[in-house]
Design a protein. Structure first.
Length: 258
């Protein structure tokens, strides 16, 4: 069966757009053991950003959703779940999906990087390369590579009035954009129809809204986030990422302390 550029044959996913074959294990025990071993090689001060493209309408996604939940416990990762819309046509409308997530995944796919394509589940690491979202081994390999890339220093400080000042230090080549992400730390959804019909699935750090808050082109810059920007319905935590425009690589990211 072909799914947005992926052919599923006997448990092996062929990523036609990327020209690569990844064996997807169906063993719950194997997923559990490899997931626990994933390390980024990064630190809490400069975490690797993992964007999980997932869908309530995709039966292959729950293992990736569980992996994302475990990885989110490690402060050297910044995990963001980005539910997409293109499986809605199968009879169940994803209650968390945003068209902007679908647009971003398609923009990543056009870059043609490793693991590129429009498929679920997919984890994109630091806005660069991707892997099947339940493949802990591939996610770890990409995360280790990402941790070797020098990152600008991104820090946040909260004022008594509730505003947050974001400070970026370190060399920035060319124009970059600072984006505020409003997240729901956990969502549990009873799915009524489709491939996951009858299942309850949990999601971690689900994107509710993203807001550009500044454009940067040099080091040692500060951007202020006002309290009203962090009052998004259904969001209970916020993160900040610095990325190149037009679905470019993510240069740095971190969660904003509450």
């Amino acid at each position: 069966m072909k799914r947005n550029g992926i052919f599923a044959l006997g448990g092996v996913l062929t990523l036609a757009a990327a020209g690569m074959v990844i064996a997807a294990s169906n063993s719950a025990d194997a997923r559990q053991s490899t997931a626990g071993a994933v390390k980024s090689g990064a630190s809490a001060e400069a975490p690797v950003v993992l964007e999980l493209f997932t869908s309530q309408g995709c039966s292959s996604c729950p293992p990736a959703d569980r992996l994302a939940a475990r990885l989110a416990l490690d402060p050297s990762f910044l995990v963001i779940s980005r539910p997409v819309t293109y499986w809605d046509r199968l009879g169940w409308k994803d209650t968390l999906a945003l068209p902007a997530n679908t647009d971003l995944q398609r923009a990543y796919a056009r870059k043609g990087n490793e693991g590129a394509g429009v498929y679920t589940p997919q984890i994109v690491v630091d806005g660069r390369h991707g892997a099947v979202g339940s493949n802990a081994r591939n996610v770890q390999a990409l995360s280790m590579d990402a941790a070797m890339v020098a990152k600008p220093d991104l820090t946040t400080s909260r004022s008594p009035d509730g505003s947050v000042t974001v400070t970026v230090r370190g060399k920035i080549q060319g124009q970059s954009e600072l984006v505020l992400l409003a997240l729901s730390s956990r969502e549990s959804v009873q799915i009524g129809r489709g491939e996951n019909g009858g299942r309850r699935v949990s999601y971690t750090n689900v994107l509710r809204k993203e807001t550009p808050v500044g454009s940067l082109s040099r080091s040692d810059q500060r951007v202020k986030i006002t309290p009203d920007m962090m009052q998004v319905s259904n969001a209970n935590r916020y993160a900040i990422i610095l990325r190149k425009p037009n679905a470019g690589p993510i240069l740095a990211g971190r969660m904003i302390a509450s």
